[in-house]
Design a protein around this ligand. Sequence first.
Ligand SMILES: O=C(O)C1=C[C@@H](OP(=O)(O)O)[C@@H](O)[C@H](O)C1
Ligand SMILES: C=C(OP(=O)(O)O)C(=O)O
Length: 410
Amino acid sequence: MRYKLSVPSAVKATIQLPASKSISNRALILNALAQGTTPPCNLSDCDDTLVMIKALDGNNETIDIMAAGTAMRFLTAYLSTTPGTHILTGTERMQQRPIQILVNALRELGAQIDYVNKEGYPPLRIHGKELTGNEITLKGNVSSQYISALLMIGPVLKNGLRLHLSGEIISRPYINLTLQLMKDFGGQASWLSESSIEVSPKPYIPVSFMVESDWSAASYWYQIAALSEKAEIELIGLFPNSYQGDSRGAEIFARLGVETEFIHEGVLLKKNGTLPERLDENFIDIPDLAQTFAVTCCLLGIPFRFTGLQSLKIKETDRIAALENELYKLGYILCDKQDSILCWEGERCEPEAEPVINTYEDHRMAMAFAPAAVRFPKMRIADPQVVTKSYPSYWENLKQAGFKISIEQP
Ligand SMILES: O=C(O)C1=C[C@@H](OP(=O)(O)O)[C@@H](O)[C@H](O)C1
Ligand SMILES: C=C(OP(=O)(O)O)C(=O)O
């Protein structure tokens, strides 16, 4: 299936954003570890959260978390300390996303985990037991989800946990998000230095917890505001001083002419029309926003150099390659360096007359390219249903904002 989008001349909408999947999936694990009886409020209805709810509710020996990185990593740690034997598996792509760093760390703490097929990758067979170790060193430069997974089980370990992280720490705001939520659930955990974290063996307590809206999802609306002639967009459920690192997207969009005003229930986006000569930005803390800004800058004709993208290759797809391929179809020639830098210096080629944007089973490819319909009315988005991974109502919300969507079967 493909979607062809027609864009309204002015976008005017009030959008109820989805709840954050990162917060939902942490709150579910923490609530389970706290033996809470009421689930967190306003949980996301996205695939990644639904698989987490099912995994924690069910008694199935085999747990399939589909494409959810957080569920795979958080459940690996959780099941290692929970009685029972489980097979944890996921999509074909999930079986190519590395997990050895986390498995080795858990084994050092005493966990019993085996690889079902390929060494270093899911599926895993996990035999839950009491873990006795309390101090480990692991790489901090591959995925912060390994670190979040370990931190969350820290309070239930007999001797607590001390983590030492080596290499340049990526996605640090996600580690801070984990520490914040652990505190909200009565845990005691904090940074000892730039690269060490200590968790006390103090049990969690059940609390009532409300999940805020998703700042990563908000980025596509900022993008629509940046690319449209006229836009008046209200996003519900976002607050200042969010726990989510992707709230920094608002500051970067301010440089691209979209200002944020915090109003009663969320934010109001306002265009001020000023654009920079170029955008150079380090995405080490905000990897999920790279696609949003790459597409936005190309379409606004703003050359860029994005660094800190080393984690993009092991996400839902190789996002650096996917961006290069699909932006080429729209006439933009990007270059990448050292697997961690993506640049566009204004080089153009003839765009395809009717470009079909492939989405590579990556929700963010679909969501970041859809706003490009503003400039490319003949563009199609292939396999648009991928958005359910984090934002099931994305297309409905676009329709609400005046976009028209026609469905095509290739
Ligand atoms: O902890 C989390 O909720 C996440 C951490 C990030 O992954 P990495 O730490 O692998 O970069 C991010 O890309 C992902 O969407 C969600
Ligand atoms: C990378 C992502 O998700 P995950 O790693 O949790 O699958 C994402 O949502 O962009």
